[in-house]
Design a binder for this molecule. Structure first.
Ligand code: BG6
Length: 488
């Protein structure tokens, strides 16, 4: 791995504290950081290097999976950390930063490879990118990379505008757009699993009746009312995480593919997704919002009573949709996708429901009492794969009983999404970052939903906090003879 200066904008922010520092420490413990690594944290607040390091140490103690039992390496790790004040819009600050980075590069005797990580609100992306370019920070002898987080735009037009502006300072190859779902180990495993000949043979409309992708959360809007009430589940989760999981599971990626091929195959999925029309969105999309209810034994407030939320808000905290991919592999197979806040349990999973040759009414148990075979990818909070197959019980001839073939990973061994992604960004591997083509096609596909919601062409169904969403979400599948799996 090449020597790197990691330039972190938003170094005193929440994301840095919860995700970035713990991920970097885990990588350090696993010897996965470059041998010459320098981190320069930037923020608005005055802070000495010592206080900065003390804050980083605290966050590692609190949030790193290695932090609790392995702090012996914390001192050498923190040696790489420096802090500087930076006002995002002040050009002189970027000049000072350049001098500081050059000094560090000289001290360490390293060539100038610079990774700029923008852990700040998207409204600052453009200004920062332009200032990096103008100040000379963006013209190192080595490589430069820009890492940014979602949200990438608010709709199709704003995403295009933002991309146009960023591309004045960075090429597509230099931009690493984080969608942290692509960093989740099980989502990454989907690439290899679908190349496995055993599974690959089944991964088509010959055998699969439907695919279900669920990302349920128990948390509500938390302290993010200002952002969330404008974004809703459709922008916060669906346009990015849910469609990325769809691309990962539905693309047919050939063996030994490089990053270009992986992203090309994902793009094909988006291109084959049957477009929606604003006027008819309501036939295949369910919009929901949580009302008060009981969640894990405790009363939970409704969305409209949450602090900072408009008491007449029509914002979506739940969305379920039925999609069709019109290609050779998936024609005729419905993909059901749902995500919601304040649901009964936290669970992210993908379920393949297999066709049953003897089943007459699709998907439901047949006369023998057999229920369909399932292949289940558990993404979080547990990681695992389950194959549920029907077999005949030896003692009671005639009775079918599903047995489960299980693989589950122990929590502590699983690297976190940010670990995987930061490692890849340092290595220059863009496979699990969202390419602009994917982002643009996702916004394009979602745009009629945004407009239909905006114009209230889709009813807003209220669901109880602590439930599995509105009954209409169940009805969406029931119409086709299916149901959501694993709703208790
Ligand atoms: C974020 C959303 O991108 O993903 C949050 O903005 C959501 O609203 C979070 O809670 C869910 O991530 P995870 O990894 O906990 O499933």
């Amino acid at each position: 791995m090449e020597p790197t200066s990691f330039v972190l904008f938003g170094a005193t922010g929440d994301l840095a504290k919860r995700k970035i520092y713990p991920a970097l420490y885990n990588l350090f413990v696993d010897r996965k950081l470059p041998p010459s690594f320098s981190l320069i944290g930037l923020g608005r607040r005055e802070l000495s290097d010592e206080s900065f390091r003390a804050n980083v140490e605290l966050s590692i103690r609190q949030f790193s999976r290695r932090g609790a039992d392995n702090l012996s390496l914390i001192k050498p790790f923190l040696q790489a950390f420096r802090y500087s004040v930076l006002d995002i819009s002040r050009k002189e600050d970027y000049k000072k930063l350049l001098q500081m980075i050059e000094r560090r590069e000289e001290e360490l005797g390293i060539s100038s490879n610079r990774l700029f990580y923008l852990s700040v609100g998207p409204e600052f992306f453009e200004t920062i990118a332009a200032n990096i370019q103008e100040s000379g920070l963006g013209s190192p002898n080595g490589w430069k990379r820009l890492v940014i987080e979602k949200p990438f735009g608010h709709d199709l037009q704003s995403a295009r505008d933002l991309n146009r502006k960023l591309s004045k300072a960075f090429t597509e190859q230099e931009i690493y757009r984080i969608d942290h779902y692509l960093g989740k180990p099980m989502v990454q495993k989907l690439e290899a699993l679908q190349q496995n000949p055993v599974l690959n043979a089944l991964w088509t409309n010959h055998y699969i009746a439907n695919v279900q992708i669920t990302a349920n959360e128990t948390v509500g809007v938390e302290e993010r009312a200002g952002y969330y009430d404008q974004a809703g589940a459709v922008r916060d989760m669906f346009q990015n995480h849910m469609l990325q999981m769809l691309m990962m599971v539905a693309s047919h990626i050939p063996n030994n593919s490089d990053s270009e091929m992986v992203r090309f195959k994902k793009k094909l999925v988006m291109e084959a997704l049957e477009p929606l029309q604003k006027e008819t969105v309501k036939a295949s999309v369910i919009r929901g919002q949580y009302k008060e209810g009981m969640l894990q034994g405790k009363p939970a407030a409704g969305y409209r009573s949450e602090p900072g939320i408009d008491s007449a808000s029509m914002n979506d905290t739940f969305i379920a949709a039925k999609l069709h991919i019109d290609d050779f592999f998936w024609r005729g197979v419905p993909f059901y996708i749902r995500t919601g806040k304040r649901m009964k349990e936290k669970s992210t999973r993908i379920v393949f429901e297999f066709k049953e040759p003897s089943i007459t009414s699709q998907g439901s148990a047949d006369a023998d009492g057999k229920s369909p075979n399932l292949l289940v990818f558990e993404i979080s909070p547990n990681e695992g794969i389950t194959l549920q197959v029907n077999t005949r019980e030896s003692q009671h001839k005639g009775d079918f009983k599903p047995i489960r073939i299980d693989f589950h990973e122990s929590r502590n061994d699983v690297p976190e999404a940010y670990e995987n992604l930061i490692y890849d960004a340092l290595n220059g591997d863009p496979t699990f970052f969202a390419h602009w083509d994917e982002v643009e096609l996702s916004w394009k596909w979602v745009q009629p939903i945004l407009e239909a919601f905006e114009e209230n062409l889709v009813p807003l169904y209220l669901y109880e906090a602590g439930s599995y969403g509105p009954a209409e979400s169940d009805a969406l599948l029931a119409k086709d003879g299916y149901h959501w799996w694993f709703d208790a």
